[in-house]
Design a protein around this ligand. Structure first.
Ligand code: SF4
Ligand code: SF4
Length: 335
């Protein structure tokens, strides 16, 4: 498996762990060989055959796909390592199937987890798929925390990119995800400026009280790149470490679209299930001393209750990132 040789010194994302994943060493994402969580026809735009890759370089408190992203630490079974040629054949067959055609599924959509952590594998699958069908379209669904080199590789083979932004301010981003906002903002700017035609949309999950105040700076940032770029706000649903936190309601989602328009964006909308009830947690006294804003104090408290031992959160510098309790967190409620 020569195509995986760079995993012997992994620097695919900005954690730049430089571990030998081929020798079972693990970095922040905890991934070794590429593992496919599942694959299915998916009706959400862009309609696709979606391949969910297991594992992630973030540890988002609100993760909707936590059963996949927290692999391997949560012990939840995934489909496993699949031969790239076999997966390519499966993708092409499914896109050409009656159900695929009826759905108008027109591309392979790599999601996760975070597909960047398996980039050489995905490149191999795409290469094999295009040998079967040269016009195969590909979407890459990313949190954007990749190196500049990885981004250029992604842009070489993708038809479209769906790009998640979690927060603008570093302290809020760190507390929500465990990682810095800077790489994602840098890469968002690059794609908006130099690969606009490949950007399907930026996606922003709106979480009441936690990143509400991030919407204005995020939309101003995007508008400063190009006011015509697409932005879709997704209503947060209670999940993972935020399993009891209230979902975003329709009023908040409409307000986000208004803020985006006031920021100058021409193409902003929202989607998702809004208005799921919940209860805001109490802020822990220790977290009040460590974090400075209401949003980070609250996010830090949720992280603390889920077992996070390092505050301020920073998974890269964390002494226990190879035995992280947050990655093992099992919510009782999923929505
Ligand atoms: S976190 Fe990023 S750099 Fe570290 S091992 Fe995973 S993919 Fe490689
Ligand atoms: S315990 Fe460490 S690795 Fe786990 S979420 Fe907290 S900062 Fe990140």
């Amino acid at each position: 498996m020569d195509f995986l040789s760079e995993l012997s010194h992994c620097e695919l994302c900005e954690h730049r762990c430089r571990v030998n994943r081929l020798n079972a060493e693990t970095g922040v994402c905890r991934a070794t060989l590429p593992v496919v969580a599942s694959a299915t026809l998916h009706a959400a735009p862009p309609e696709s055959y979606t391949v969910f890759m297991a594992g992630c370089n973030y540890k988002c408190l609100h993760c909707q796909n936590w059963t996949i992203s927290q692999y391997p630490d949560n012990g939840i079974e995934q489909r496993g390592y699949l031969d790239p040629q076999g997966l390519a054949e499966e993708c092409v067959d499914q896109l050409n199937s009656f159900a695929g055609k009826r759905m108008q599924a027109d591309r392979i959509f790599f999601s996760g987890g975070e597909p960047t952590i398996h980039l050489p594998y995905i490149e191999k699958v795409v290469e094999a798929a295009r040998k079967l069908e040269p016009d195969t379209k590909v979407n890459f669904d990313t949190n954007g925390f990749m190196t500049a080199e990885s981004l250029k590789r992604v842009l070489k083979f993708t038809t479209s990119v769906t790009f998640d932004l979690k927060a603008y301010h570093d302290d809020v981003h760190m507390t929500l995800t465990g990682a810095s906002a800077m790489p994602a903002l840098r890469n968002a700017e690059y794609i908006g400026k130099y690969a606009k035609d490949q950007l399907w949309e930026y996606r922003i999950v709106v979480i009441p009280k936690l990143n509400e105040n991030e919407i204005k700076p995020l939309t101003e940032f995007i508008a400063s790149i190009d006011p015509s770029l697409n932005v879709c706000f997704l209503a947060f649903r209670p999940n993972f470490a935020l399993e009891r936190h209230p979902g975003a309601d329709r009023q908040l989602m409409r307000r986000c679209v208004d803020i985006a328009r006031q920021s100058g964006l021409e193409n902003a909308n929202w989607a998702g299930y809004a208005g799921i009830a919940g209860t805001v947690a109490n802020i822990d006294d220790e977290m009040k001393k460590i974090y400075t804003s209401e949003a980070t104090r609250l996010a830090g408290s949720y992280a603390f209750y889920a077992g996070c031992q390092r505050h301020p959160r920073n998974c890269n510098l964390c002494d226990v990132n190879q035995n992280c309790q947050v990655k093992k967190y099992m919510p009782r409620i999923s929505t």
